[in-house]
Design a protein around this ligand. Sequence first.
Ligand code: HEC
Ligand code: HEC
Ligand code: HEC
Length: 159
Amino acid sequence: MADYKNEFGWFAEKPTVEKKIYDRGKIIIGLVVFLVIFTIAFWKNLGKAIPPPQPSLKTPAILKLPEKERKCVEDRQFMREKHMRLLINWRDQVVRTGDRTYINSKGQKYFISLSNTCLQCHSNKSQFCDECHNYVAVVPNCWGCHSTKEQTVAKAEAK
Ligand code: HEC
Ligand code: HEC
Ligand code: HEC
């Protein structure tokens, strides 16, 4: 009795509600089935490590350079991290000002061209650019318009 009042405001016996999960078995089976299905896509990669990309620098143009001058337009770390930004800056400079000269951080001059400068040295696009890009699943859409040594735009469009 004590001080419990029911919904009519009378003192009454406090009703006890049995704590019970209905259909416990079915719910647990349901949860397990859900978890299995939900995570199934990850299972086939279990324990597999995808080898890191190994972009190749062995192109005729790069091998022709004397060992000391085997450098990119900027230093390696910069290129690794910021080549996308650099390319966009190159594009904007050419399209907006018509100026096709890039002066790098060491004061060296480069002719601005994705196809004729970057891909002159990195003529192995599929073993260089694509090697990394496939690994991180980025697909730059540049090659529909800019030709590569491996595939000219005209050929790509003819397909
Ligand atoms: C729809 C076609 C198209 C696509 C796609 C495209 N571009 Fe261009 N891009 C152009 C045109 C047109 C110019 C101007 C060409 C000129 O004036 O020589 C240009 C110029 C450039 C230039 C400076 C000039 C040169 O020859 O390199 C760079 C760098 C460049 N684009 C980078 C890129 C990058 C990086 C991508 C992909 C992320 C890309 N572009 C995608 C059409 C395209
Ligand atoms: C004169 C030849 C030459 C030109 C032009 C050139 N590269 Fe390079 N690139 C190299 C060399 C050589 C290396 C390796 C640098 C090193 O080991 O210090 C390199 C390195 C790189 C790397 C880093 C690769 C890695 O495994 O760390 C990227 C990314 C890159 N270049 C992209 C570009 C892009 C984009 C352009 C055009 C904007 C370009 N390169 C123009 C010769 C060139
Ligand atoms: C060392 C690995 C590596 C190499 C080599 C490399 N890239 Fe990349 N690139 C990347 C990574 C990683 C990204 C994605 C960066 C991000 O999304 O922040 C990227 C992104 C880009 C983008 C921007 C794509 C977008 O849609 O935003 C362009 C353009 C590009 N790379 C051009 C090139 C070209 C051209 C070459 C060859 C001359 C090249 N990259 C070589 C690693 C590399």
